[in-house]
Design a protein around this ligand. Structure first.
Ligand code: HEM
Length: 540
């Protein structure tokens, strides 16, 4: 190709690649009338402020300050929306349930977890029973044993009164072990806080991926243009530490997942009953998927070995960071509110005093019938949902009606949002869960007692499309959290063990919460990326 032809060709290719974006920008004119924070930069809008690891205070302010729909200026003039209006959310999860899905870059960066469209719904249907209450009942003894082993490890390592303990590491080890045993039929070994290479790699994933967030929108383009092997090679040789680190983490996580898989494959194929029993009787998620694959390898929802490895790793990530974050937050709040902690301890003592039981004797229903424990958990995940927002995009133009009209920048009322195809819509989880028009004037106060009496009528009236307690913490619709019951059960068990065994008080160190995909705590000024939550424990 001559130089002249190349010079003509290049802008042509660029226009073809950028055309959908150019068209979307033009159609987004009406969205610019929606109120939102002023762009901090002409090029990056508010995206850096919103997605940086230090975005928590900014997010908390923005997501509760502008009403049911918020304009968020993104890269190069693209407009995103954050929506907390219940009717607009119900329309996304109802009328447009087949349109609104993850953004392409998110699906790619998540290694197609649970696939897309029909493939996704088939796979989800197959996995749902593993997370049902019926199955969870059988998991409670396992959670209970892991919690009790953990308490022994903590007691052994910190036998004295009022010792400062780094509880976040222990909690994250607990979550990983519960998911490992129950979901994968695999134990990650002793519960000391050092963990395995695999658990360390998993913990580093969130904080590292967040450093790459700015580049994530480029992923669909790179994926279309370059073969996968080139992208992996690039991640290794380009001198950019977070990129090199993510490649290392991904290799380590995949290697362990592959090892678990090989172990299971051998057992399933041999039919060795004793071994099968040891590995969770083949009832765990990996075995179910593998048995399905062995039975029907032509089914569209069958997983290739590569996909299975991806599914397992991503499931571990989805399950451990989220539950650890919620548990660590609850421990912090209990440390700060000694009255709530004492009341909770009374409830637990009463439950275990009956017929001289220990916590190990409590089953799923006994844990579920502790109203104050339940109230503490609900209130924590209402106020601190872990994921403050979740992204969706529709491939078609949509109209989202608003339950409560908002005032446009031009002063005129807006009662519906015209959302052009390809616009990113953030489900404003934090905004819904803290909306004072729904929850009352004390919406921003952590008050477990609110769950012990009927909630205000405004909560039911709002018709929040929620799958759990009118809150959006686990979102709703086809991509909602499949493991929410699992998480709540895990939380009930560990909190019960901690509060009955230790008095928890705050450490002198100041804690700041950062965003690493999910909210994650650290000691102010610390350089580390791993979660930290020092608290003082006194054995009881
Ligand atoms: C307190 C703990 C948890 C929270 C706050 C949480 C929250 C969420 C949220 C918000 C989503 C949707 C993400 C989005 O739409 O962008 C999600 C999806 C998911 N969660 Fe959870 N989660 C928790 C625990 C768990 C656990 C324990 C498991 C598994 C054992 C799990 C498995 C999943 C899976 C597999 C998905 C993807 C579902 C799909 O795409 O169909 N989660 N979670």
């Amino acid at each position: 190709m001559s130089l002249i032809a190349f010079l003509w060709f290049l802008p042509g290719v660029l226009v073809v690649i950028l055309w959908p974006q150019i068209r979307r920008r033009a159609k987004q004119r009406q969205l610019r009338n929606i109120p939102g924070p002023s762009p901090v930069s002409r090029w990056t809008g508010v995206s850096k402020e919103l997605h940086s690891p230090f975005s928590v205070p900014y997010r908390e302010k923005v997501l509760t300050s502008y009403g049911g729909a918020i304009r968020l200026d993104d890269l190069f003039g693209d407009v995103h929306l954050a929506v907390s209006d219940p009717l607009a959310l119900a329309t996304i999860f109802g009328k447009y349930r087949d349109s609104y899905d993850f953004t392409e870059s998110r699906i790619l960066s998540m290694n197609k977890v649970f696939g897309k469209g029909k493939e996704h719904s088939e796979q989800r249907k197959r996995l749902t029973p593993v997370f049902s209450v019926r199955y969870l009942r059988d998991m409670v003894p396992s959670f209970n044993h892991v919690a009790s082993e953990l308490i022994e490890v903590v007691r052994g390592a910190h036998p004295n009164r009022d010792t400062e303990v780094e509880i976040a590491e222990y909690i994250s080890r607990f979550s990983l072990e519960c998911v490992g045993r129950a979901v994968l039929g695999y134990s990650f070994g002793p519960l000391d806080k050092h963990g395995t290479d695999y658990s360390r790699a998993l913990k580093e994933f969130g904080p590292t991926i967040v450093q790459l967030n700015t580049w994530r929108p480029l992923l669909p383009f790179l994926n279309r243009v370059f073969p996968r092997s080139w992208l992996r090679f690039g991640a290794e040789v380009i001198p950019y530490k977070p990129l090199n680190r993510i490649k290392g983490i991904s290799d380590s996580v995949n290697a362990t997942a592959r090892e678990i898989l090989q172990q299971k494959k051998a057992v399933l194929q041999s039919g060795d009953k004793l071994m099968l029993q040891e590995l969770g009787e083949g009832k765990d998620l990996t075995s179910i998927l593998m048995q399905h694959n062995i039975r029907d390898s032509n089914d569209i929802s069958s997983f290739s070995e590569e996909d299975l490895v991806g599914q397992m790793s991503l499931l571990l990530l989805q399950a451990t960071d989220t539950t650890s974050s919620a548990l660590v937050r609850t421990v912090q709040l209990l440390a700060l509110h000694s009255d709530v902690q004492a009341k909770l301890r009374d409830e637990l003592r009463e439950a275990t005093a009956q017929i001289g039981r220990t916590l190990l004797d409590l089953d799923f229903d006994s844990f579920a019938q502790l109203p104050y424990l339940d109230a503490v958990i609900r209130e924590t995940i209402r106020m601190y949902p872990g994921f403050y927002m979740a992204s969706r995009v529709s491939p078609e133009d949509t109209v989202l009606p608003l339950r409560s009209p908002i005032q446009g920048v031009d002063g005129q009322p807006i009662s519906e949002l015209y959302v052009p195809a390809g616009t990113t819509v953030w489900l404003n989880i934090y905004g819904v869960n803290r909306d004072p028009t729904i929850w009352g004037p004390d919406a921003a106060v952590w008050k477990p007692e609110r769950w012990l009496s009927p909630l205000p009528a405004s909560v039911a009236d709002a018709r929040i499309p929620s799958m759990f307690s009118h809150i959006l913490t686990f979102v709703a619709g086809s991509r909602s959290c499949i493991g929410y019951n699992f998480a709540i059960t895990e939380m009930r068990v560990l909190l019960a063990h901690l509060v009955l065994n230790f008095e928890i008080t705050p450490s002198d160190k100041e804690i700041v919460w950062k965003m690493s995909g999910i909210a994650s705590p650290s000691v102010k000024g610390a350089q580390t990326t791993k979660p930290e939550m020092p608290v003082r424990l006194t054995p009881l």
